[in-house]
Design a binder for this molecule. Structure first.
Ligand SMILES: Nc1nc2c(ncn2[C@@H]2O[C@H](COP(=O)(O)OP(=O)(O)OP(=O)(O)O)[C@@H](O)[C@H]2O)c(=O)[nH]1
Ligand SMILES: [K+]
Ligand SMILES: [Mg+2]
Length: 436
């Protein structure tokens, strides 16, 4: 079907030390011969001169040949590792473009061919995309579970279980008059389906973890004016994000910055001080602050310890009560605060960081397990779960229950993009001696 041979510079911006040019498709062997003579041994890096059509040497570099189907795309693939200069790379790319049926690859086209040739499934393709986009350690860990096929294996296992369960139920329906099916089989089947139901529910409960690893943990700094909110965001970020003055009501808009806390993206928000005011701009700032608080994963509720007054009353989201300006307070009354800080003390800022990290870990620690990292996965899992729930209704007709199992396994098949041909009959006959 794909008759074009595609090529692209696979490494980043030029100039750089080494540039990798990758190509895939039916003309790979011809390209290799054209540029550097006899095709090198499969999968062995060989140092060669790379020449243009006039026989002039463009560069010397490593040349690799990956014959299909044991290649990334499943087609014949080749690689040139050359000096990363604009002139070298452009010269090779334009030479390739002049070749018959060869063209520059579109974005993601190598991966798409890998998918089309069954080398990667959808979950793995998405994991690969996430891995390439990963900025933090946690994002990398989550992506590699997916790109490396671990998630796929789990989903495939679940799907197998459902297909097997349905096979058993259909067998009972089809051959029940033959008396070969043990009576307890059906019970065992439903027990395992119920266990799978619980597993999928648990995985769905982890949805929030996946979201936090991908999109960050939202921490909103809130409190009355002059509590030291802007001073704290500046200290946590290590740079001047917000204006700090002694005027109460300095911050109006929401200010934002991302920090990396041991691999987690933490999205910090500084907000307007909350108080009663007739001032229109400040009112709007306060309205925005309250809205941001509702979206938070954690609120740092700041309160100047030298000022009378109670900290913010927030019930919708987890709150850490932080007393500020302890350098001004001789009494050191710590009642009612989770943490007491001075925003100019680096040790105190470290303790705020540790407290945020604790809050993340307490709720969303990542143990390397499969987490539905995308809405698409969550949707497929939810649909599968809904069908399993229907299948578990013992009052329903057995045929209908079997059909719910089919729909549940199809949802998982859709998740990995691999609904393959029906293997149901094979299952029945390989696991039961009914075909006498
Ligand atoms: N002594 C002392 N002063 C502080 C501390 N933190 C902040 N301040 C001072 O308190 C004042 C207010 O600080 P901001 O960071 O602007 O307070 P804010 O909560 O952002 O104030 P608004 O934006 O007006 O709501 C400034 O003069 C800061 O220098 C602290 O830990 N100790
Ligand atoms: K202020
Ligand atoms: Mg401020």
């Amino acid at each position: 079907m794909t008759s074009d041979t595609i090529f692209a510079l696979s490494t980043g911006a030029l100039p750089c030390g080494v540039a990798v040019i990758r190509f895939s498709g039916p003309s790979v062997a011809q390209l290799l011969e054209h540029f550097c003579g006899p095709v090198p041994e499969p999968r062995q890096a060989t140092l060669k001169s790379i020449r243009n059509r006039d026989g002039d040497v463009i560069d010397r570099g490593l040349v690799l040949f990956f014959p299909g189907p044991a290649s990334f795309t499943g087609e014949d693939c080749g690689e040139f590792h050359v000096h990363g200069s604009l002139a070298v790379v452009n010269s090779i790319l334009s030479e390739m473009a002049a070749f018959k049926d060869c063209r520059l690859a579109e974005a993601g086209e190598f991966s798409r061919r890998a998918f089309e040739n069954g080398k990667l499934d959808l979950v793995e393709v998405e994991g690969l995309a996430d891995l390439l986009a990963a900025e933090t350690e946690m994002q990398r860990r989550q992506a590699i579970v997916q790109a490396g096929g671990e998630a796929t294996r789990t989903y495939a296992e679940w799907r197998e279980l459902l297909i097997h369960a349905r096979a058993m139920i259909e067998a009972e329906l089809d051959f029940s008059d033959e008396g070969d099916i043990p009576g307890s089989v059906s019970d065992q089947v439903w027990t395992s389906v119920r266990a799978l139901h619980d597993k999928i529910s648990k995985t769905l409960a982890d949805e929030k973890r996946g979201e936090i690893i991908r999109d960050g943990f939202k921490v909103v700094i809130a409190g009355p004016p002059n509590a030291g909110k802007s001073s704290l965001i500046n200290a946590l970020a290590g740079r001047d994000i917000a204006i700090v003055t002694h005027y109460a009501g300095t911050t109006r808009d929401i200010l934002h910055c991302d920090i990396d806390l041991e691999g987690y993206v933490v999205r910090l928000y500084d907000t307007a001080g909350i108080r009663d005011t007739d001032e229109a701009v400040e009112q709007e700032g306060i309205r925005r602050a309250l809205r941001k608080i509702d979206e938070a994963d954690l609120v740092l509720a700041l309160q100047d310890v030298t000022v009378e007054g109670s900290a913010l009353d927030i019930i919708s989201v987890p709150v850490l009560k932080v007393g500020t300006k302890i350098d001004l307070s001789a009494s050191g009354d710590i009642s009612g605060f989770d943490l007491m800080i001075s925003t100019s003390d680096p040790g105190d800022i470290d303790r705020v960081r540790a407290a945020i990290l604790n809050s993340i870990r307490a709720r969303f620690d990542f143990g390397g397990s499969v987490i539905p990292s995308r809405l698409r996965h969550v949707e497929c899992l939810k649909q599968s779960l809904a069908n399993i729930e229907c299948a578990l209704h013992s009052s329903l007709n057995l045929e209908i229950r079997a059909d719910y199992l089919r729909m549940a396994s199809d949802c998982l098949g859709r998740l990995t993009g691999r609904i393959d041909t029906e293997i149901l009959l094979g299952k029945i006959f390989s696991e039961f001696c009914v075909g006498k």
